[in-house]
Design a protein around this ligand. Sequence first.
Ligand code: FES
Ligand SMILES: [Fe+2]
Length: 354
Amino acid sequence: MASSDEPTASDAEPVIGEHLRRTVAPPAVREGHRPRLVSDADWAHASQKYELEDRPVPPPIPNGWYSLLASHELGRGELRAVIAVGRELVAYRDDHGVAHVVDAHCPHMGAHLGGGRVRGDTVECPYHAWRYGPDGQCVEIPYSDTRIPAKACLRTYPVQEVAGMVLFWFHHGAKDPTYEVPAPGEHGADGWSEPREYRVELVAALQEMAENNVDYAHLWHVHGRAAVPDRTSEFTMDGPFSTVVEQLPDNVEFHRNTYGPGVATLRVPDVMTIFATTTPVDRRHCRLLWHFYFTDAVAPLADDMVQGVTGEYGLMADVPIWQDKVFLERPLLVKGDGNIAEFRRWYSQFYEDA
Ligand code: FES
Ligand SMILES: [Fe+2]
């Protein structure tokens, strides 16, 4: 006789055929025609899996300030391993609250410092407990009274925390920063929301993503927006900074202030501001960490606005293009292609020593 504990048809495991069907469904069927994110590594795009002949290599990592983490992700005394700018890095916040970024591997025997710990203002290697100070120099070899070798030194990266982001400076020639990134005035200001965080990793070369912003001809075909004729858009440059102002329909303006290759502030004035940081993981992958701010008046629409900017007709519409395209050093630009040539001249300054 069946007991009342016996499973019923409704809570039984799915039949095996059903289970298999779900697991073997190809990604496009399973997910719909969605962008292929790098985190889905088992189905990363074929152009990354195979050694293809004559496929142009994306440009090198540009010099500049990039975000590594949001400030809240790095508590006092914590360290985090992060891959960025084509390197393995470790960020740590010392016991005084100061954030540091260093190369991940210990010069002694190559252990990864991400498994170590913070002691005072130093980071301690997990292998033999050598400790490194804020300038990267080894300050203690706990089991040896030998003179500490001068080469026992980690590469360090200048750090500034701006509006809740841990930014670090990367330069191929290890030169000092050549500009500063200003905090957006909306951060912590009355009448503006707390930052709302958006993050994603994409298969895209950093310059390709940036170039997209001055590529007015794709707006209709990819984003379903009216193309922006040149005369309603302005691109101005000032050293490592640049500005794009677009006139959108209904007298709405869109401003993009760019601070080097990794940081921009995007504004629909008095409505929404995005402190947008984009960090090259390597030449072909980017990590976006964006903070959205909204005025109190539009705060109830925040979800829709984030979706509008990042969703299927916004950022995500570009993703399939970026992940499959190649970077052409000499594209066939024609009238109507926007300010791409001008943009490239400006951008070339970030490849010094690269
Ligand atoms: S490998 Fe780091 S202390 Fe030995
Ligand atoms: Fe786009």
